[in-house]
Design a protein around this ligand. Structure first.
Ligand SMILES: Nc1ncnc2c1ncn2[C@@H]1O[C@H](COP(=O)(O)OP(=O)(O)OP(=O)(O)O)[C@@H](O)[C@H]1O
Length: 337
């Protein structure tokens, strides 16, 4: 990792007033009756590393998919450097957002270098004919792309394996290669989905340094991770998603000290928890219905009057906030992780 320098969070001080790179506002994603992400606002500023955490199924990856155009959000919008993004992955990449996936997506039968070159294609201007005829313009562009790709491999510490097949790399290096490929599109914002999943401690530590070094190159980072030690050490700010809603956002210290975050991870309900109101209503209605079935006969008349409004929701009552569900089918992808 020759180009990497070990840096710390301190280099990011003063980012609170830096220009926003990413602005997500009111992002909601519904899949039929399920609201996976509900009205989430999130800003990432220049020079920041922001963490997105939450228990399994909290909606983190779905939110990433909304940011990168893989899903068309049911509501809300996403802007990159002040311009609203069209929900199309290639246009989002072209605009300046790159990502890695929770499930590694490399071209396993291509070399390490070729994988990075693929990530470079959004930044090369040579057209199809130029490529087929292999004219001087194409050769020059190809040489420049190779040089850039090698520089990125050097940066992530994989230069010596440029000609290896991607599938022969150990797992931790495949994750690094994914990062190099994402960087090949010259992004202003990098989204990392669980970059240390499956890594040992030393690989995690190297990834930590890599993310700091990426930020030091002027690329803002938004990272999903379950490894709390990694997140709290790395991030200038952390947002916590629980059941699709943003519960807390703040510095690592603020988030770690918030009892609602602890409760969400331990599964302990707390006052005002997302979905708590609906759950309380259902519980009350069920209790009411149960009382009605065991009520003495002289209560039956009163029961008839109140039943239509007070009974528990029927099976076809939509879940809270699902009234406007749309678009999910057309945007759902097979493997969106
Ligand atoms: N394409 C889809 N169709 C229907 N439901 C989906 C789809 N993608 C995600 N979901 C649901 O949305 C909710 C949020 O899932 P998501 O994968 O975004 O959570 P997550 O926070 O990334 O979880 P994890 O930490 O386990 O990766 C889950 O209930 C999931 O089952």
């Amino acid at each position: 990792m020759n180009a990497m320098t070990t840096t710390t969070k301190e280099t990011a001080t003063g980012t609170a007033t830096a220009a926003p790179v990413l602005e997500a506002s009111g992002v909601t994603m519904r899949f039929g009756g399920l609201t996976a992400v509900r009205e989430v606002d999130l800003t990432v500023r220049e020079g920041e590393i922001v963490g997105l955490i939450g228990p399994n199924g909290a909606g983190k990856t779905t939110f990433f998919n909304c940011l990168t155009g893989l899903y068309v959000p049911t509501e809300g919008q996403v802007s990159y450097k002040g311009t609203v993004l069209p929900p199309k992955p290639h246009l989002v990449t072209q605009a300046g957002i790159a990502r890695t996936f929770q499930n590694i997506r490399l071209f396993s039968n291509m070399t390490v270098l070729e994988n990075v070159l693929v990530g470079r294609h959004t930044r090369t201007k040579e057209g199809l004919w130029s490529a087929l005829l292999r004219g001087p313009g194409f050769k020059k562009a190809e040489a420049a792309s190779r040089e850039r790709a090698m520089e990125l491999l050097e940066f992530v510490g994989l230069a010596s394996k440029a000609e290896h097949l991607a599938r022969n790399l150990p797992y931790g290096e495949q994750r690094k290669l994914e990062i190099a490929r994402a960087l090949a599109s010259d992004p202003g914002l990098l989204l990392l989905d669980e970059p240390t999943a499956g890594m040992n401690q030393s690989e995690t530590r190297t990834t930590e340094e890599l993310v700091f070094a990426i930020r030091d190159r002027g690329i803002a980072v938004l990272v999903i991770e379950h490894d709390m030690k990694f997140i709290f050490k790395l991030c200038d700010r952390v947002a916590v998603l629980v059941q699709g809603e943003k519960l807390v956002e703040g510095t690592s210290e603020v988030v770690q000290g918030d009892e609602r975050v602890v409760a969400a991870y331990l599964g302990t309900p707390y006052e005002g928890a997302p979905g708590a109101e609906e759950a309380a209503e259902v519980e009350a209605a069920e209790a009411h219905a149960a009382a009605a079935t065991t009520a003495p006969e002289d209560d039956a008349e009163a029961g008839e009057d109140t039943a239509p409004e007070d009974t528990a929701p029927s099976d076809d009552t939509p879940a809270a906030g699902t009234g406007k569900a749309s678009g999910a089918d057309s945007t759902t992808e097979g493997d969106s992780k």
